[in-house]
Write a protein that binds this ligand. Structure first.
Ligand code: PEP
Ligand code: MG
Length: 593
């Protein structure tokens, strides 16, 4: 790594929100809970130390309340995160835990707080789920507020930033993020965080480029360093050479022109030059993203990941909570189709409200449909909510991680029972909805002909299918170069599933991340998928590309790539046929490699 600041330095992290930003860095302090003075106190000082701690908590609550009050309009949707921090300030493990340390070990309040926080952090860190590991940082953020009051230090005033900058931070607490004036932020760069961290979620919904999970960006970047952030490739370049700067400036200008142009036509269908229509849907994780789906011309919602409603709370959502959310969604979408995926919890997403045993291999463990079939009450609550919402809009349901036909049969039986119970209760619902299976496990690929007899549609989840077929952990950065969507084995599996769907005359869609990458689209079109579904921001570019393609030519390309032995062979073929087109060439140079 670089030892002088002027040297160009490239850092690779997680591209959590796409787009390119070029600008001066603004470094926020590292998380200072790490270095805390240890001081013993005399027994007679215990009472005073406890009240000093309690006052600091009270002060932290007042600070946070003020921050919540001052949250600007565009961040209002995210206030719930700050509310949860407010609760964390009085969390039993932190609050009582600190007091206990002061009483029993006669420690100063700062040190006692650190010990209590470390214990809670360890609990979160041991969770196999990335989402909950990220929630561990919420605890740190909340306790930092208490610490600042104990130490009497003034929190860094992000609200004072007076020029447009790239925020570089160890981690960004939601309290910090909401204080930043949106128009002052060109991009976010953090050591911590992932696709599911709050910074990632917010950055995507605000369309600000973000590269997270860089481990030590705060060690290598200083305030005022010139930085390039490529949120699509997950790259950060510090002190770029003139040549790199020019390259990225050109690419950024091209991207912006391109995005502006394609957004103007994004409401039009993705029809090829020879008249074939490909449905281009959106993947969403939260209701709020529906605005982005509309703005970017999504034909419908191809994947609603419903986990979020279960993750941000200590208890399970009620049928009414779920119903209200699904109903709001379908009412906004009107006639457009909304595909609700049932709970895909476990694996890398866990809920506090459910007790989980230790799992050595959570990705292969009790997740998704396996968990739901073992938890009929939780599953039926969601199914009832889906059927009730279907009365108000165009809903279909799909089941994740199907690995054998019995799971579909059982899930359908439960859906049937949910409908019967609603009927008995006299509640309005729509029982006649389309049912789909996600194809994301190799066994489902090979049994697709059998599964097709049981469902109305397939949706291929390549994020998991690649993970399970190439044996590449999708969240392990050490093997990320082996995670290849255009691996011939992946393409052959997609082909096989499409063939099974065509024979059974059911619809087949693909909703993995690869659908949103331009370089993959000619092949996906040629493999004859009926629909592809992606993050909303990618939709305009993808629709625009489809309009320049010939379906017949794409089919010939698909046949040729199926014969290839290697990913690089596949890429070469795609470039040979499409790489010279002006607008797409710029993207083909950097994506997919
Ligand atoms: C997939 O696996 O491709 C998918 C769309 O689902 P998720 O990313 O939520 O696992
Ligand atoms: Mg999946």
């Amino acid at each position: 790594m670089a030892d002088t600041k002027e040297k160009t330095l490239s850092l690779q992290g997680i591209g959590a929100s796409p787009g390119i930003a070029i600008g001066k860095a603004y470094l926020l302090e590292r998380d200072d809970l790490e270095v805390i003075e240890k001081r013993s106190i005399r027994p007679e000082e215990v009472g005073a130390e406890i009240s000093r701690f309690k006052q600091a908590v009270q002060k932290a609550q007042e600070n946070l309340r003020q921050i919540i009050e001052d949250v600007p309009e565009e961040y209002r949707d995210h206030v719930y995160i700050l509310d949860s921090h407010m609760m964390l300030l009085k969390d039993r493990m932190i609050y009582d835990g600190t007091i206990e340390q002061i009483k029993e070990n006669h420690l100063n309040a700062e040190r006692a707080l650190k010990i209590a926080v470390d214990k809670v952090k360890a609990v979160f860190r041991s969770m196999p789920d990335q989402y909950f590991r990220d929630r561990g940082s919420d605890i740190v953020h909340a306790s930092k507020l208490i610490l600042e009051n104990l130490l009497g230090t003034e929190p860094q005033k992000i609200s004072d930033i007076d020029k447009r900058v790239i925020i570089v931070a160890h981690d960004l607490s939601p309290a910090e993020t909401t204080q930043i004036q949106l128009e002052k932020v060109k991009a976010f760069v953090t050591d911590r965080g992932s696709h599911t961290s709050h910074t990632g979620i917010m950055a995507r919904s605000l369309e600000i480029p973000a590269v997270l999970g860089l481990t030590d960006a705060t060690r290598f970047i200083d305030t005022d360093d010139l930085v390039i952030v490529d949120g699509s490739a997950g790259a950060v370049i510090v002190n770029p050479s003139d040549q790199i700067l020019t390259q990225y400036s050109d690419r950024k200008a091209l991207l912006e022109q391109f995005q502006a142009k394609v957004t103007r036509t994004s409401h039009l269908p993705a029809e090829t030059t020879d008249g074939h229509c490909l449905t281009v849907d959106a993947n969403i994780e939260q209701l709020e993203e529906v605005v982005s789906v509309m703005d970017h011309g999504g034909d419908g919602i191809g994947l609603y990941r419903t986990e979020f409603l279960y993750l941000n709370r200590p208890d399970l959502p009620s049928e009414q909570d779920l119903f209200d959310n699904y109903r709001d969604l379908v009412e906004i979408m009107g006639a457009r189709q909304v595909t609700i995926r049932t709970l895909d919890i476990g694996g890398d997403k866990f809920a506090t409200s459910v007790s989980w045993g230790e799992e050595m291999n959570p990705a292969l463990g009790l997740r998704a449909i396996r968990f739901c079939l073992q938890s009929p009450e939780i599953f039926k609550t969601q199914l009832r909510a889906i059927l009730r919402a279907a009365y108000f809009g165009n809903i279909r349901v799909m089941f994740p991680m199907i690995s054998q036909v019995e799971e579909i049969i059982q899930a359908k039986q439960m859906l049937h029972e949910a409908a019967e119970s609603l009927d008995k209760a006299g509640l309005p619902f729509e029982g006649d909805i389309q049912i789909g299976a996600m194809i994301e496990v190799p066994s489902a690929v090979f049994m697709a002909d059998i599964l097709a007899e049981e469902v109305d549609f397939f949706s291929i989840g390549t994020n998991d299918l690649i993970q399970y077929s190439l044996a590449i952990d999708r969240v392990n950065k050490h093997v990320s170069q082996l995670y290849q969507p255009l691996h011939p084995a992946v393409l052959r599996m997609i082909h096989r599933v499409v063939q099974a769907a065509k024979t059974a005359e059911i619809e087949v869609a693909l909703c993995g991340e690869m659908a949103g990458d331009l370089i993959n689209v000619p092949v996906l079109l040629g493999l004859e998928l009926d629909a592809i579904s992606m993050n909303p921001i990618s939709i305009p570019g993808i629709k625009n590309l489809v309009r320049t393609l010939s379906f017949e030519e794409s089919k010939r390309l698909a046949q040729a790539v199926l014969e290839q032995a290697t990913t690089s062979g596949v890429l070469e073929l795609i470039r040979e046929v499409y790489g010279t087109s002006f607008e797409t060439a710029a993207f083909f140079q950097t994506s997919g490699e």
